[in-house]
Structure formats: C-alpha cells, structure tokens
Design a protein around this ligand. Structure first.
Ligand code: ATP
Ligand code: MG
Ligand code: MG
Length: 512
C-alpha cells in the first residue's frame, strides 16, 4: 500500500490497523546526559542519589543574583549525540528562557534552546524495518526540572531539587513514524544508540529517558500530516508508548468517523486503563514567553572540536553487531544475545567492561579460539551461573583469560564439557585460584574414559552409600526415580567422564 506526498515519507504499513486512514507520529525525547555536573552549575549530578536535596547550589534553587556557567562536558555529550544522529551542528547556537510557573521549576523559567538549537536535520536508521531513516528535526540542550513526588496520604507534593538544572537533550523527530510498532522501534533504537556512545543511561524506569508522543491521523488520499496532532506527555515505557498511540488512533478515528473534529490537545496516558485523557486544550496552552537568556552568550562549536569528538566516538550498536558478525563470524542468534547483554549492561549505567569487550578479549587473546564457542560459553553457561547467584556481568569475577583457559582445556581434550561447566562454577566461588590448579584439585581433569573396573567401583560406592534406596529398589518401589538418582550421583562422581548408557547398564547389573 503506497501513497505519494511531498515532504513527509510516503509509505505506510499495512499492520498499522487503520485501513482508510494514515497515521502520523512524531516523538520528542528528553534524555538525561551522563555528565558529572549539572548544565549550568558546578553541582555534581548523581542520578541515583537517594537523599533528597543533596546536590543543590543557589543557582539550581533559583536564587536571584546567581549566574549560569555552561558545563563543557554536557556540550560534548550533546555533540556526541548529534554526531550519532547525523545532525548538522550549528557553529553558533544560543539559549532561551521558557517561562512557566510550577513547583518543580525554582527559577520560574527553564533554560532551553528554543530559537537556535545546536543541532538540526539528522536521521536515525531503524533496524529490521524496510523504511527510510527517521528524520531528526532538531536536538536542543536544556535544563531538567526538580523532581516532584505526590504524597497522597499527606496530600503534599514533595520537591527534590537534586535533579533541578541537570542536563537534558531534547531530540525531536519529524512526523515520520507511521505505526505504534515503528514508534516502539524508534525509541528502542534511540536508546541503544545513546547508551552505546555513553551519552545517557536512557533508563525509562528511572526517568532518565522520557518521551512525548504526537499523533494525528488523516484519511487516505488527504495530505499526509494534515490531521490535527495531539501530544501525549511523558509516557514511561515502550509498551505504554505503543498502547498510547493505539488508543489515540482509535479515539481520533472514532471522532472523525462521526463527523467530529480533533482538538489540538496535550494528553496524558493512564497505565491502568491503557487510555489517553485530556490534560489541557490548545486554548489553555501556556504562553511560555520565550526570550533569549541575557546571562548566557552564544554556544560556539568549532569544526576542530567536532572532528576531535568524532575521532573518539565509541562504536554504534549496528557497527558493533556488524563486527561481531563479519570479523568474528558469529551467527545472528549469539550476536544478538551478546548485543542484548551489552545493552542491559549499559542501561544499568554502572560502567566497567561490558560483555562485548569481554568476548573480544577472550577471542583476541588466542586466534585458535572459536568465537562461536566463546559466545556459547558466555551466553549460555557463564551468564546462567551468574544469574542463578543473582549476579550480573558487572559482578562477574571470572577474568577473560580464565574463561579462555577453560575453553582451551575442553578443546585440548583435558576437560570434558561437563567438567568444564563444573570448573566454571568452582571458579565463580574462588576466582583467584589458577584454572589448572582448581581443575586438578577438584579432580576434573580428564584421565581418559572411565574403565569398566573404575565404573563398577563408582557404581558400587554410590549404591553402598544409600542402602535404604537400594532396598526400596529391590522391592520395586519407584524404580525409575531411584535409578535416575543413582545415575546422577555416578555421573557427578565421575565428573562427567562416564557414559550415561554404560552407567545405567552397570547400575542395573549391580542391583539385580
Ligand atoms: N501532523 C502531525 N502529526 C503528528 N505529529 C506531528 C505532526 N506535526 C508535527 N508533529 C510532531 O510534533 C512534535 C513537535 O515537537 P516540537 O518540540 O517541535 O514542538 P512542541 O511540541 O510544540 O513544543 P514543546 O517542546 O514545548 O512540547 C514533533 O515531533 C513533530 O514531528
Ligand atoms: Mg518539544
Ligand atoms: Mg511537545
């Protein structure tokens, strides 16, 4: 299904579920910058600080007479975002005051870049969707507000000024998205992009990544984007974003099909009913009385600075994925699993070496190591053992060199796969012990296949240790279950060297 229009991307998805209608979506995203200090004050910004009002200067609290001083680290992070989103950076942008009265805005205005944002006209390619890249209209630097929490019991709004004045970038798309699914994909891709380059944690739960979603619909054949948009403010998860858009499409369609008109509104989303509701109409829209901030000069960005940042820009997710596939020869599934782990690691924002770097260290240390096998050991076994202990990759005590050694020992026939899994678990408990020493101490080193004599002794030892179970077996009580239990014990004792079938036969023989 295709339609032709000028200006907006002229394609649509059949699965948007709105036959006869075209859906137009644009998203404004506020991403909290991972800078150490706030945008205009020297205060440290600690996103996870529990104690309220712990990081506030008089400037953050809006005291008269205090002056802003632009923090270069925030500018650099914002520029990194604009490079990743292929924007044109304005060599000379400026800051404006956006006035409104609200308890979370101490100064009565927010410093933003209304008239001259620092970056414009970028794009973001969505993976797995055949469509042109989403156009980025602009990115602007701005201050965050304080954090307000409503205490329903005491009927009080509590204000925490620690967040006031911390640095945000607002990333505004052109109205290029055509379905709830595309909107979800855009948000996900933007998150992974900003995380990969270390610009933001993009954690929607923690409020470091907040989206406003603009939705309009118009009849097929009408000018694309000619419908009136409604803006749904602050939707807190990708699931809610898609749900809010779905509801909004249905609501607008019902009104239009009954001959009504859509009012331009700012709406909220109720996560309990999955419905949007009116916050304020256009007539009640605020007049922000934008004016250039007289206390701040222009923001100058030189070509040299941009080149410098560009040369030290970390790889983007698709570049890392491509490297995993092309350089390391990984197939899609392990490459995607590793990317997923990397993303989780970055979203936790604890820093440190991520899973992809760990994988590369294991592979690069010895060219004979098969990357596919390394990825399997990491994603299937190591990850499983860590999560069964409630640990994440950041807590992983095993060194890349140690995992490499375990893998090599399997490859050299010194360890069986099963023994290597045991060894990995032992290593998690005593990571400072040398790998071979631990394997030796735990009797995991392969001494070739178990001989018949050895097997008989092993089986006998296991049976002798459980006389009651043996008696039950002979009475014919729960034989299947008992034999499985004996079998498990023998396999464990043999450290995986014994053959399951041989063990079962020997046990049955001894029990006869
Ligand atoms: N017809 C439309 N249908 C859906 N979205 C639209 C339409 N026209 C514009 N938009 C989207 O609405 C958003 C407008 O954001 P922008 O920041 O420019 O202005 P704003 O919402 O008026 O300002 P504020 O930042 O104060 O909320 C953009 O993402 C844009 O793509
Ligand atoms: Mg906006
Ligand atoms: Mg808006």
């Amino acid at each position: 299904m295709r339609c032709i229009t000028r200006g907006l991307h002229s394609y649509r998805y059949a699965h948007s579920g709105s036959s006869g209608w075209q859906v137009v979506i644009g998203i404004e995203t506020h991403a909290q910058l991972k800078s150490k200090q706030k945008l205009f004050s020297g205060t440290f910004f600690v996103a996870t600080c529990e104690q309220p009002n712990a990081h506030v200067t008089p400037f953050d609290a809006g005291f008269p007479g205090t002056l802003p001083r632009l923090n270069q680290e925030c500018v650099d992070l914002a520029l990194r975002a604009s490079l990743a989103l292929k924007c044109a950076v304005d060599p000379r942008s400026s800051f404006d005051r956006k006035h409104y009265f609200y308890s979370d805005l101490p100064a009565g205005y927010q410093i933003t870049q209304h008239y001259k944002p620092f970056a414009r006209t970028g794009s973001l390619q969505l993976p797995h969707l055949e469509r042109p890249p989403v156009r980025i209209k602009q990115i602007q630097l701005e201050q965050d507000t304080a954090k307000s929490t409503y205490d329903a019991q005491r009927r009080l709004t509590l204000i925490d000024l620690s967040r006031a004045g911390s640095a945000l970038i607002e990333i505004v798309t052109e109205p290029d998205l055509r379905s709830p699914e595309e909107a979800g994909s855009y948000v996900r891709t933007l998150q992974s992009t900003l995380r990969a380059i270390g610009v933001s944690d993009c954690n929607m739960d923690m409020g470091s990544f907040r989206c406003d979603v603009n939705v309009s619909i118009n009849r097929d054949g009408d000018k694309l984007g000619s419908g009136t948009r409604c803006e749904i403010k602050n939707v807190h998860s990708i699931k809610f974003i898609t749900a809010a858009i779905r509801h909004e499409i249905g609501r607008q369609r019902a009104i239009l099909e009954q001959g009504g008109t859509i009012e331009q509104e700012t709406r909220g989303f109720d996560p309990n009913t999955f419905e949007t509701y009116t916050l304020r109409s256009k007539e009640n829209a605020e007049d922000y009385r934008y004016m250039p901030d007289p206390n701040l000069g222009h923001l100058h960005v030189s070509e040299a600075r941009l080149n410098e940042l560009s040369s030290t820009q970390p790889n983007l997710p698709w570049e890392i994925h491509e490297r995993l596939v092309k350089q390391y020869g990984l197939s899609e599934v392990p490459a995607n699993t590793l990317m997923g782990l990397e993303e989780e690691h970055l979203s936790r924002g604890k820093g440190g070496r991520g899973p992809v770097a760990f994988f590369r260290m294991v592979c690069d240390a010895d060219q004979r190591r098969n990357p596919q096998i390394v990825a399997n050991w990491m994603t299937q076994h190591l990850l499983g053992y860590l999560s069964s202990r409630g640990l994440t990759y950041e807590d992983n005590p095993i060194q890349a060199a140690q995992l490499g050694e375990v893998i090599d020992m399997v490859n050299d026939g010194v360890l069986t796969n099963t023994s290597a899994k045991h060894l990995l678990r032992y290593l998690l408990d005593s990571p400072s012990t040398a790998v071979t020493e631990l394997a030796e101490a735990k009797g995991l080193l392969s001494r070739g296949p178990v001989t018949r004599e050895e097997l008989r002794n092993l089986c006998r030892r296991v049976l002798d240790a459980s006389p009651q179970s043996v008696a039950d077996y002979k009475k014919g009580v729960k034989n299947q279950k008992l034999i499985k239990r004996f079998l498990g014990s023998v396999m464990r004792e043999s450290h995986g060297r014994a053959e399951v079938v041989a063990v079962q036969q020997m046990l049955e023989k001894l029990l006869r």
